[in-house]
Design a protein around this ligand. Structure first.
Ligand SMILES: [Mn+2]
Length: 557
């Protein structure tokens, strides 16, 4: 696809293709809201932000993004009147005054896109990888009205970038087909000119020092084409700070009345009913309030967020406490603050959630806790490949008659099996009755791959203790025996995150443990609660953390 065609498609996507991140609602109200939002978003995309910090009159920032879509090209973008006027330059800008580079004028891009480096999912407009190849400031020459100069087909300007510098001109060559305006980008023969200079000889990002290949292999961000610019970028790593709340912030939480805004990590999180009891106490301890759950999720953030960031998360909500029925929520909850990272699922079917939460900051965890999202279940797939697992999950699911000692027998057999296979994985107690083993895998496996592999290991383990294990699908036919549930390895199925709270008396937590701890006579699946997890973390940290992101090949079985 030529870049010129892309502009038409892009406009098509922008105008026609908004997937709205609003909770579904019936009938006219929704249609009306969509229309209003559509207008608002469309405006947002193409109109100016309050102009601030633009340097010279008529000038501003510029960026060149090296973009490998169907074809490699360089997107040359100048900030003009609050948008990025853009040209796609197949061979890249050059400092060589002899080079006359074709530059196809494409539609304006939103300013939010200027700092984007990462991947655009396959199948979306511009699908591929993007690096910030150069950036800096620009100043128009011979005009103080660059928009008019662009409309007239000739713009001269000076760049101060990290790679590009000096006087350039953009000159329109034809206007036969306005959707594919062809321009030339040339460099004047000034003191910045370099004969024989080619963009392809300078392939690295000025942001990260990485090449397109390196960014494609481990992107930090995802751009969702066709959604409003303010929501389009999903940070795959650290969206915000992962630091725990400061002592002052925690003191403010403790001192807050029932309701109020809690300022944490630079955002105001609206908290309500903080003294509401969500969990009965256990062993005669006082019940657990929502305030304690907010505190748990905020303080455990540095250990929890590495399992959540860059992934959609399914929410198990108990807004009226865990003694009342809870419900699963996959769609972004209503009233989500604008700073919550959200992912528009381009493959969502008619019954699937269209827009999902990506929990990647302390304020987002506090907001979810306030909603009574007691349990957090992240997808095993990580964006942009949300439907490709990064963990193979072994779930030792107790039956009604399974003792914890029997669970430990099974867990130790898995320990032996994984050691024998040379595969790294780590156990965690579920906070209820079971044990899970998380095995990191390299990119590229399908769920069928991980499910098949876990099934083979599980059947081998189960064959050594057939009296403990049932392979029946339905619970009532298992005779109370444990199930080694390899079927958790499938899209949309999730296991509870390490460090998530469980909906039981006392607010127990799913805690990663070392293999040796399977032999600790004091171990119990619900040994730790939100109240003693801080001491546990100080003592043992997170034994599973070293395996996060490990690219492990599963041996053929
Ligand atoms: Mn492009």
């Amino acid at each position: 696809m030529a870049p010129g065609q892309a502009s038409v498609n892009y406009m098509g996507v922008v105008v026609m293709g908004y997937s709205l991140c609003v909770p579904s609602r019936a009938g006219d109200e929704l249609a009306q809201e969509k229309l209003t939002q559509y207008r608002a978003m469309r405006d947002f995309d193409v109109t100016a932000e309050p102009a601030g910090g633009s340097p010279a009159a008529g000038g501003g920032h510029f960026v060149v993004q090296r973009h490998r879509a169907r074809r490699l090209h360089y997107d040359f973008r100048l900030e003009v009147d609050g948008v990025l006027a853009s040209w796609a330059v197949p061979r890249g800008p050059s400092l060589d005054p002899a080079a006359r580079q074709l530059a196809v004028h494409v539609e304006d891009h939103p300013l939010e896109y200027a700092g984007f480096e990462g991947v655009i999912p396959r199948g979306q407009y511009g699908g591929g990888d993007v690096i910030v190849w150069d950036r800096g400031t620009w100043t128009p020459a011979h005009t103080d009205d660059p928009a008019a100069a662009i409309a007239a087909g000739e713009l001269h300007f000076d760049l101060v970038g990290e790679k590009l510098a000096g006087r350039f001109a953009l000159i329109r060559r034809n206007r036969k087909d306005s959707s594919k305006e062809q321009w030339l980008l040339v460099h004047k023969n000034d003191e910045h000119a370099r004969h024989g200079w080619s963009a392809d000889d300078h392939p690295r990002s000025v942001l990260s020092g990485r090449t397109n290949d390196e960014v494609a292999a481990a992107p930090d961000a995802l751009w969702q084409s066709g959604v409003p610019a303010a929501e389009a970028e999903v940070r795959l790593g650290r969206g915000g700070s992962w630091e725990p709340p400061t002592d002052d912030e925690l003191a403010a939480l403790d001192a807050m009345r029932r309701n109020g805004p809690w300022t944490v990590a630079g955002h105001d999180v609206k908290l309500t009913n903080l003294d509401k009891v969500l969990f009965p106490g256990r062993y005669g301890e006082p019940p657990v309030t929502k305030r304690e759950i907010v505190r748990h999720y905020a303080t455990i953030a540095p250990l929890l967020l590495p399992y959540l960031a860059g992934r959609p998360v399914n929410l198990h909500r108990y807004p009226d406490g865990v003694e009342r029925p809870g419900f699963w929520q996959q769609e972004l909850p209503a009233g989500a603050p604008e700073w919550v990272t959200r992912w528009h699922d381009p493959e969502a079917g008619p019954d699937d959630a269209d827009c999902r939460v990506v929990a990647d900051s302390v304020p987002t965890l506090a907001w979810l806790a306030n909603l009574g999202a007691v349990e957090l279940h992240p997808w095993t797939g990580r964006l942009p490949e949300a439907r490709r697992p990064t963990w193979a999950l072994i779930d030792i699911d107790p039956g009604t008659r399974t003792s914890f000692d029997e669970i430990l027998v099974l867990a130790r057999l898995f320990r032996t099996a994984l050691q024998h296979l040379g595969v790294e994985g780590g156990p965690k107690v579920t906070g209820q009755r079971g044990v899970q083993i998380w095995v990191p895998v390299r990119a590229g496996y399908t769920y069928a791959d991980t499910r098949g592999w876990v099934e083979k290991v599980s059947r081998a383990v189960g064959a050594t203790v057939p009296e403990l294990v049932s392979w029946e699908w339905t619970k009532d036919r298992r005779g109370g025996r444990a199930r080694l549930d390899y079927t958790q390895n499938i899209v949309y199925k999730t296991l509870v995150a390490p460090w998530s709270v469980r909906p039981r008396a006392g607010a127990p937590v799913s805690v990663p443990i070392t293999w040796d701890e399977l032999d600790d006579p004091d171990l119990a699946a619900d040994r730790w609660t939100v109240r003693d997890v801080p001491a546990r973390v100080r003592e043992a940290g997170d034994p599973l953390a070293p395996l996060i992101g490990r690219t492990q090949e599963l041996p053929a079985l």
